[in-house]
Design a protein around this ligand. Structure first.
Ligand code: HAM
Length: 420
């Protein structure tokens, strides 16, 4: 038997209702904040991610699904949404509209990671990106939107961690300090990090190898080496959050695993997630649009992992979205009734009612058993008598009450939509 690829999941009925509710909440919250939906291709030119995400990151070096297409182009399944959105922002001249451009997305992402609880090879993100706003008010708005979304889902016990990782002005001097620090531990670092030492020492800070991780704990922190502008930006963000009553923790160890970040970085974690505790990650990326060929444009955004949201909801026993059950099941005995049931179901569906009938030639007893299993709210049984007399009983499946009604869809509709 062919099985699903490792690190992927089928989203089955029972869970899909919750997914739909999560997605609807994302649409609703984004509408309040003025973010508009964007959809971009699942695959992109590989160069977009090596340039955008950074070719010394784990994502680009180890985790991308890259292949050559039949035309000899190098193609990559998107490992995240930010680089794709920046490309689309430039390619579609979205900068020509009123700024900032505020966009959101619900996407699947692909990373060849070692699958474990909360870490998949195909996963889904709800993310937002805001282009053209330099002000820390944008940082505060982006963080608030993420928290507002999670609050709308009733999720409890979250922690917001923020940090600043500087800009092109203060990063080079800090990188030198890091290089000095890690050089004295060079032989202990993993092979990848020994290479990173020259090219991009900041990446060693979020290496997944336990030894590198231990060494990184003693490294100088960027937050202690910010330039005055970055310091002021971070202070303003904190002031906004304080004013809004948003509780946060400044965590100097957050560096994020993607290269495009400048200044603010943040993560939202949950104790219900185990080792992969981040449900949301984001930050500012003031150099990304320019790196990808656009005009210098500030940007900031985040992405939330939907599978991780599902894990939290299940651990906290929060159930969203009712299971879909039919409003009415129409059982039929005999050929004439069979045709009448087919027609009635069709006409009721046309009125917006969820109506079901037997499609497997069951006995009437088995049809009613099936109606029960489906959780039908009402049922009717049609036989020769009912068809001849144009009259039948409609039964409320939870109270057992019956009422007589004709075979008129309007009358049936009136009964099943009656309140109380
Ligand atoms: P990220 O931290 O790589 O950031 O991913 C964001 C979220 O996606 C994580 O917090 C997690 O919930 C989920 N996630 C990541 N990898 C996996 C995985 N292998 N399995 C399941 N869930 C996963 C980004 O992707 C950035 N593009 C976020 C961003 C947007 N920054 C600025 N704008």
């Amino acid at each position: 038997m062919i099985k699903k690829p490792r690190g992927t999941e089928d989203i089955l009925p029972g869970d899909s209702e919750m997914w739909r509710k999560i997605e609807q909440t994302a649409h609703d919250v984004c509408r309040k904040y003025g973010y508009k939906e964007i959809r971009t291709p699942v695959f992109e030119d590989t160069a977009l991610f090596s340039r955008g995400v950074g070719d010394t990151t784990d994502v680009v070096q180890k985790e991308m699904y890259t292949f050559e297409d039949k035309g000899g182009r190098s193609i990559t399944l998107r490992p995240e949404g930010t680089a794709s959105l920046a490309r689309s922002y430039i390619e579609n001249s979205l900068y020509a509209g009123p700024q900032p451009t505020k966009l959101y997305y619900l996407i699947s992402c692909y990373r060849y990671e070692k699958p474990q609880s909360g870490r998949l090879r195909e996963f889904h993100q709800f993310g937002i990106e805001c282009y053209g706003a330099e002000n820390a008010a944008a940082d505060s708005e982006v963080i608030t939107l993420a928290l507002d979304f999670l609050k709308s889902l009733d999720v409890k016990g979250l922690k917001l961690n923020i940090n600043s990782i500087g800009c092109e002005k203060c990063k080079p001097a800090y990188n030198e300090k890091l290089k000095n620090y890690f050089s004295s531990h060079k032989d202990e670092l993993c092979g990848t990090c020994q290479e990173r030492l020259e090219k991009n020492p900041m990446r060693i800070l979020d290496c997944k190898s336990p030894i590198c991780h231990e060494i990184a704990a003693g490294a100088p922190k960027m937050i202690d080496h910010l330039c005055d502008d970055c310091k002021a930006h971070f202070e303003t963000l904190k002031k906004y959050l304080d004013e809004l009553g948003i509780v946060y923790n400044v965590d100097p160890d957050i560096v994020r695993g993607l290269d495009y970040y400048t200044r603010t970085v943040f993560e939202i974690t949950s104790g219900d997630l185990g080792a992969q505790s981040a449900v949301c990650g984001g930050g500012r990326y003031n150099g990304l649009v320019e790196e990808l060929g656009g005009k210098p444009t500030p940007g900031i955004g985040f992405a939330l992992g939907i599978e991780r949201i599902m894990m939290i909801l299940k651990n906290q026993e929060i159930s969203l979205g009712e299971a879909d059950t039919p409003d009415i099941f129409i059982a039929a005995i005999g050929d004439k009734a069979d045709i009448a049931a087919q027609k009635l179901v069709y006409l009721l569906r046309d009125k917006g009612v969820s109506a079901e009938r037997d499609l497997c030639s069951r006995s009437v007893k088995a049809q009613m058993k099936y109606a029960n299993k489906l959780g039908a709210k009402f049922s009717m049984v049609l036989g020769d008598n009912e068809i001849e007399q144009c009259a039948a009983d409609i039964k409320n499946m939870s109270t057992g009450e019956t009422a007589s009604c004709g075979l008129e869809p309007d009358k049936i509709y009136e009964i099943i939509t009656r309140k109380g």
